[in-house]
Structure formats: C-alpha cells, structure tokens
Write a protein that binds this ligand. Sequence first.
Ligand code: GAL
Length: 646
Amino acid sequence: MLGVCYYPEHWPESWWADDARRMRDLGLRTVRIGEFAWSRIEPEPGRIEIDWLRRAVDTLGAAGLEVVLSTPTATPPKWLMDAHPEIAPVDEDGTVRGFGSRRHYTFSSSVFASEAARIAEVVARSLGRHPAVVGWQIDNEYGCHNTALSYGDTDLRAYREWLRRRYQSTEQMNEAWGNAFWSMELRHFNEAALPVRAVTETNPAARLDYWRFSSDQIVAFNRMQADIIRAHSPGRFVTHNFMGLFLDFDHFACGADLDLATWDSYPIGFTERFPFSEEERNAYAMTGHPDMAPFHHDLYRAVGRGRWWVMEQQAGPVNWAPWNPVPRPGQIRLFTWEAIAHGAERVMYFRWRQAPFGQEQMHSGLNLPDNSGLSPGGSEAAEVARELDAIGPLPAPTLAPVALVIDYEASWITRIQPQGATFNYGELAYRWYEAARRLGLDIDIVPPGHDLSAYRLVLAPSLPYVSEVALNAFKKTTAEIVFGPRSGSKTRHFSIPENLPPGPLAELIPFRVVEVASLRPGLTEEVKGRISGQVRRWREHIACEKEFAEAAFADGMPAMIRSGRFSYLAGWAEIDLISAVLVAAAERARVATTSLPASLRLRRRGNLKFAFNYGSEPVELTFPPDAAVLGSSTVPPSGVTIWRED
Ligand code: GAL
C-alpha cells in the first residue's frame, strides 16, 4: 500500500538501481516519476530523448516496483515559452507570469494545448505498454500557485467563445447577468470583457461565469490528456494529484474523467495556511490540525468516486509554509495509517530523497540529501510497512452514515460577494466537518445532487445555489438534513431568488430571509432554545411561522428553524453550537454520537476501528483486550490504535 515520488533526472544513473532496491527493502511498492521532466524528454523542439526515462522505468520495474508515469505538462521548457510567449498566464493586475518556476501556462492557450497533447502522446506512446507502468498522473496540481484563473488576451478570446456557446445571443446574456444595471449592456460577444481591472466591482454574474469558464477549461485540458493516454496505454489507470485547501475549480467535474483521484497531503503546512486561531495553530504546530488530512481524504474519495490515493505524503518538514516545524515523532506514521483508515489504496511519500539543490532543497524526503541514510520520516515509513505486513489484508471501506455536501460554486459565489470580510466558505465547511468528527462520526463528502438515499444524516454547511438536481436529491432521501447560512440565497445567474432566500429550499422549510447582517470580529449573538450557543461573523433575519423556530437570537428572531427532517441554521455558528445542532439532528436520525477529546479522532474501515491521537497527552480507550490489532488501549501522543469491532 506504500510508495514514493522519485526524480531519476535529479540523480546519477548509477544510483538508480540501488535506490530501487532500497525502496523495495523499505517495503515500498509503487513509484511516481516524470511529472516535471519535459526539458529532459525534449531538450530541443522535436528532439525526443526518452531512452533515459525508459531505462529508469526498466530499473524500477526490475526491482519489482510498479511505476506511475506522469505527463510533464506542468513545466513547459524555456524554448517553448520563448517560441510562444502567449502561453504564459496573466494575473488579475495584468502581470505576465513568466518562465522561472512551474505552472507557467494558461489552460486557454490552444498552442499550449496542442504542445501538451504532443508531449503527452510521446510519453504515452513510448512507455504506455511497458509492463512496469500501472497508471498515469496527468500534469501536476492544477491551479497550484494561483493558476486556475488567468486574465490575458488568450483567455479573453476563449471566454468569449464560451459565452457564445452558453448564451447564443447577447440579449440572453444581458438578461441573465442583469446588465441593465450600470449600463453594462453588450451588443456583441466580442464586447465581453475580463471581469477584472475595472474601476470598481464588476458584475457578479459575469465573475461567476468567468469562474465556471476557467473551471471548464481545466476539465477540458485534463480530458484531452486522459483520452491520449487511454489510447496508448490500455489497462492503466489515469489520475491527477489534487491539492489541499483548494476550491478554485470543480474537482468533481475533473474527477469524472479519471479512474481514481489522488491528492497531496501536507497537513502540517496546511495548518499554517488555514485561518485557525493562533492558539490552535500552536497546539497543532507539529502534528497538523486533527481534521486537516481527514477532511481531504473524505473529499478526494468523493472526487475519485470511491477510489483514491495519497500521491504525495508529507514525510518531514516542508519548505513552503510561513513556519516549517519538524513533525512530532510518530506523526508520519500516524498520517499514513489515517489515510489507510479513510480508504486510501496507496500512500506515496514525497519524496525519496531530499534534493540538495533547487527551490525545494529545504523540503525533506525519506532519505537525507547526502544519501547517508533514512530521515526520521523514512524510518516511520519503514515501520508502517512492517506493520501492514504483519496485519495482512484490510477489510474494504464502507459507506459512512453521514454525508457532507461540498460545492465548489459555493466557494466562488461567497468569494465574489462575501458581504462580510470573514465569511469564508472553505472555513465554514471545515468547521462543520470538525464538529461532526469530534462527535466520533464518519463522514462521506458528496457533491450537490449526489444520491443521498444511503445516508441517515446530511449536512450542507452552505449551498447558495440549489440546482433542481440538488433539490431533488434532498427530497428523495429520508435522511435528516441540516442546511447552513446562505443556502438557497442565489439563482444560477447570481441573483436573489424571486421568492427571496432560501429560494427553492422554501419548499422544504417554509421561511424567508428578509435581511442578512455580517458581524465584525468581536461581535457575538447568543442563540437560545432547544439548542443554544453562539453565532459570529454572520446572521440572518428570518420571517417564519412560530411553530418552526427551534431557537432564537436575543432579539427574538429565529436562529434555527425546522420542519420535519429539514433544519436551517441562520448564522455562522461557533463549534459548540454546530455541535449542539448535530447532536440533536443525529438523535432524530438515530445515528450514535460520542463526545471525543478535542485532539482524538476515530474512523472505521469495515470492522476495524482506528484511533488517532493528535494531542500531547495519552488517551485511554475501552475495548476488549483481545480485539487489539495494532497498539493498545492507551494511545500515546501521535499514536495509532486499531481494534476489531464485530
Ligand atoms: C506539491 C507539489 C510537489 C512539491 C510539493 C512540496 O504541491 O506537487 O511537486 O512541490 O508540493 O511540498
């Protein structure tokens, strides 16, 4: 179940065989290579040098390793950029983001698309049927370094084409966008402008469409490469390595063209970047926040429709966060087991050996940069490999009782018009997830419109645009459903629904949102009633019949309303309030909850139950002594316990 990311082009060829042998000895089975190697595969236009890569695959294969090959399109070489400067992406201010690092292309460049197709075909044709090759990674981390959206002339041309296809006539587009406002009406599609660099805020419907367009461009680029690989490499899977904390394009749409999803897990770095309190950040500096990796495991399991890997697992300190601590001893092992508990098919460490040169020389790997031996993370990987061997085959992952709806457009809509500086969709969804996990619940993340009939409890932290498909999925299940603030507050074309928010959801719970208030930092609203707690950042003023109000704000207006199995929470709830809402909903749904210590998490995989301790004190569990599979009922800091529950 374990593997590693390797860069043969970084090391003398005379080291490869020894590296491969040591990978096997360590207990690794799979190796990903090639994702940044374009300048070595094609040093000059049209001069293909693929033999070195073939020898690398041969060497790894001869040692009994499976190879995941990548297309090198994240790093177009200098000669290509010089020949076609329009490939480079452009930022919101109009600055061209040129050669010198990576991801220096826009998805809308047709020149780049055909160059990418060409190089993908070269690699797939040459090595696609090699017996050691089991699968493909397309490109590397779409959107990384803020590259999902680009704002140059190339993008504008493609955007106008996209608009033409979507709206057919400018009348329809003017109508959809509400262009009567501020004299924005357009006569031709060629008058459509980039929704940036205007005097002030541009039309939100246009901005939402620009986001959808940009997302579609990524999906199309990915599909184009997937088709090429499948034509030349039959029987191998096709995947992409997605990122953490990243909502800039529709990953579900992209995942639909892949055989499985993978993601790059750097929980300690992400914890530095997420808007946690300083207190939380310090508490989890060396471990990462307890839900950081799990949230993404559950998300990418959904993106891969059940099949997923960790393609890059943090194996020690990273180099890119504001602060980069050494993980606490045991933590790399914990991360590995936690991914497996959530159903990962493989966990691939990043990277085999720390590179003593280049941008990432301060980024650790499984081996020290002088090749004198394993890093501490490398020793922990070896430990997991031994444990996996001893335990033998694991049961298949099972569905969770709880589904959490994640919507990429929700993130775009609330970033386009936040209405309150601290309304951050990603943060809101994460906090709901955290609250549920602190109650010991296993969670499946699902896209809106996903069939919900297998779930008992469904959480939608915020779903501003509720499509007909999404509405039907809510209606069809018998699950208890909790909606969060701003759900149903926008139409598909970014306007307020005719019947006021919650728009189509009023069919499920009869109420209307009359006004909304964003709350400055420091302002708190108390909520009291069947459940109680605090709201910050955001609250809504709701009109509804008294019988539906479960809890109210201090001024008497409803804070939580419920009609049968549908509830709506009219504010940004703090974790205790979310928790109270979830406990009540879980009880109605007959899903058992337990209140866990803040830094302990549980997860079931088949009949195995896993416990992970992110805290600095040991935690005591209770289970029959002969049920232990790994560890014991005392879980030490950064420890893992697995036991059987029959
Ligand atoms: C990932 C990326 C890798 C490497 C790594 C460092 O985002 O895919 O190439 O840069 O981060 O943590």
